[in-house]
Write a protein that binds this ligand. Sequence first.
Ligand SMILES: [Zn+2]
Length: 271
Amino acid sequence: MPGIDIHTHAFPDNVADRAVRKLSGMGDWRAIGDGTVDGLIASMDAADLDMAVVCPVATKAGQWKGILKWAKKVRKHHGERLLPLGSLHPKDAAPARAVAKMAEAELPGLKLHPFYQDFCIDDDRVRPLLDAAIEHDLLVVLHCGHDIGFENDPIPDRAGPARIAAVLREQPDLRLLCTHMGGWKMWDDVERTLVGMDVTLETSFCLNHMPPDQMLRMIRRHGVERVCFGTDWPWNDQQAEESALAQIGLDDSELRKLMTSSAARLLKLYE
Ligand SMILES: [Zn+2]
């Protein structure tokens, strides 16, 4: 089925192999793709997906510049298929300037990862960064819930549903995409806290980790127009995720919305 994958990763060709091997070594999971741009496009072709959002993560201050440069290149060569995001580290000194550069490059948003970037989403130091995203109307894609690579982290709820809900109440204009259905392996909390709030969720790393009836209930209660299809490629197979999603009990119209129009609206593709 045609669609948009709102959560993928790809790396520059010269580091893809090393990056994928390093990340695979962090826990009990393996990449199913090579992590290159060409590999991602081939996977999208096989799964009949039109577009994918690529989510880089700046793991230290200053890295946003290199990521922005790469994102511009990917956009230039593959803009009809791939939408790369920027990223920013909470230790970056001038977040407003960096976010302005991302907006100038017409990137749709930026990615934040509380485990790789060592922050909690409700930290005061993250606020200027979120404010800058609001000012430039950029989407913030946030890793939410536990992380498969950080099983023993001392703060497992760095971006847990309660913290996210508090941030949304403080910054209601924030355009936020919460990955992994609002919080990986914290789904009961998500149902109590985030479901129904003005936030978008995406489906990656959920279909094999929660009961299908809970997934269906969460999607319908939250509203299918605020749930996007995501896979976290190269960590999951796009075609397999698509088939799994098609089997949880959504009707065709719900599935089409979730596969395409939810993301198109969030990314402002058809305005
Ligand atoms: Zn991811």
